[in-house]
Design a protein around this ligand. Structure first.
Ligand SMILES: O=C(O)[C@@H](O)[C@@H](O)[C@H](O)[C@H](O)CO
Ligand SMILES: [Mg+2]
Length: 405
């Protein structure tokens, strides 16, 4: 039996401060690869999809046949796309690329065509209850050498809002074993953003990229209003201005504002973004290796985007494990149209479970030159952190109707 034959597939669910699902594929000769399969709030669905429906199909297959296995899992399930299916396929894909690069004795980015840049510019998350608190956090990130900083502040009149953490560096929104509920009021939020950016430009100047995550909470015309309000402050992007099921809705935003738009962290296939890209309705695509079918599929999305001068801005919150971060950096280093990589630092407990080679320096990250992805999972340590159910919050409007969080 060839050494690259898949002999064992393990799904490891652990919670070093937050839940992660990791796939480990082991070949006949003991070479193994790892893949991230974490879907925040629905982790066990992906773990079961992998253990119960994918693993039995892959034992005995050749780990080198990445594209064939991708097509086999995508077409063979009959039921296509969706975050659970595509996160499972992504984990297999990441693990197989890890194995192939290890066997080749090179870091994955070399196998993907080599480095197209010295490093991947990353952005950090400055947040605070007030504008002053947020600007103080932003100064801290600038002092650390970040060239791009996301700004998220509390909204006067709202008790809680996305992106504002009780901790300067660590943010985990999945904060309860049943969804916590928060109140949302767009008319309170909209007037609060331009003053935040005005204060940031006053404090930080113009040689730093400033970003903001709207987190799906506006209508297209409200997003157009926000984009116009922020134009004087030149944001690097506003992210997820509206829910993106209706890709056509972005035409209305585009008609009113030149503020760049980033969308896609909830996308799981090229079909979610095809119209947005082909009509140039966005400027950055945020789909990730873990939720959009792995490196194999994300390269296709990036290649389509490149035809329209659209760059990547991949999601990188703490619910994407260090395995995803490593894969994202190999991907980002190798493609021509890299834009920026989100980087939310993981806790020390998480970093201990997932030892990795990637490093931050001078506002950029590099995946390192260890063979493969350059990340591993300490299974014994992972076992000491058992899964615990945690859900993302939900938003309701002040009249009680459900809204987007
Ligand atoms: O841009 C971002 O980082 C956010 O949209 C995420 O924090 C998102 O809320 C979480 O990944 C959801 O699990
Ligand atoms: Mg986001």
């Amino acid at each position: 039996m060839p050494a690259s034959t898949i002999a064992d597939i393990r799904t490891i669910t652990c919670s070093p401060g937050r839940n992660f699902v990791t796939l480990k594929i082991v070949c006949e000769d003991g070479t193994y690869g790892v893949g991230d399969a974490t879907l925040n709030g629905r982790e066990l669905a992906v773990a079961s999809y992998l253990a119960d429906h994918v693993a039995p199909c892959l034992i005995g297959r050749d780990a080198h046949r990445i594209e064939d296995i991708w097509q086999y899992l995508y077409r063979g399930a009959y039921w296509r796309r969706g975050p659970v299916t595509m996160s499972a396929i992504a984990a297999v894909d990441m693990a197989l690329w890890d194995i192939k690069a290890k066997r080749a004795g090179m870091p994955l980015y070399q196998l993907l065509g080599g480095a197209a840049r010295e490093g991947c510019m990353v952005y950090g998350h400055a947040n605070g209850e007030t504008i002053d608190d947020t600007i103080e956090a932003a100064r801290d990130y600038a002092a650390q050498g970040y060239r791009a900083i996301r700004l998220q502040a509390g909204v006067p009149g709202l008790a809680k809002t996305y992106g504002v953490s009780s901790d300067r560096y660590f943010y985990e929104p999945a904060d309860a074993d049943l969804p916590s509920e928060a109140a949302w009021a767009t008319h309170k939020y909209l007037p609060s953003v331009a003053p935040l950016f005005a204060a940031a430009r006053d404090a930080l100047g113009w040689d730093v990229h400033l970003l903001h995550d709207v987190h799906h909470r506006l209508t297209p015309i409200e997003a157009a209003r926000l984009g116009k309000d922020l134009e004087p402050f030149r944001p690097f992007w506003i992210e997820d201005p509206v829910p993106a099921e209706n890709q056509q809705g972005f035409r209305l935003i585009r008609q009113h504002t030149t503020t760049p738009i980033a969308v896609g962290e909830v996308f799981n296939s090229i079909w979610d973004a095809k119209q947005l890209i082909e009509e140039q309705l966005i400027d950055y695509i945020r789909a990730t290796v873990v939720h959009a079918g792995g490196i194999t599929h994300l390269r296709r999305i990036a290649a389509l985007a490149d035809l329209y001068r659209i760059r990547t801005g991949c999601h990188g919150a703490t619910d994407l494990s260090p395995v995803s971060m490593a894969a994202a950096l190999h991907f980002g280093l190798s493609i021509p149209n890299f834009g920026v990589q989100e980087y939310m630092r993981h806790t020390e407990a998480t970093d201990a479970v997932f030892p990795h080679a990637y490093r931050f320096a001078d506002g950029m990250m590099h995946p390192g030159d260890a063979p493969g992805l350059g990340v591993d999972i300490d299974e014994a340590l992972a076992e000491t952190h058992p899964y615990r159910r945690a859900y993302l919050p939900v938003n309701r409007l002040e009249d009680g109707s459900m809204h987007d969080w």
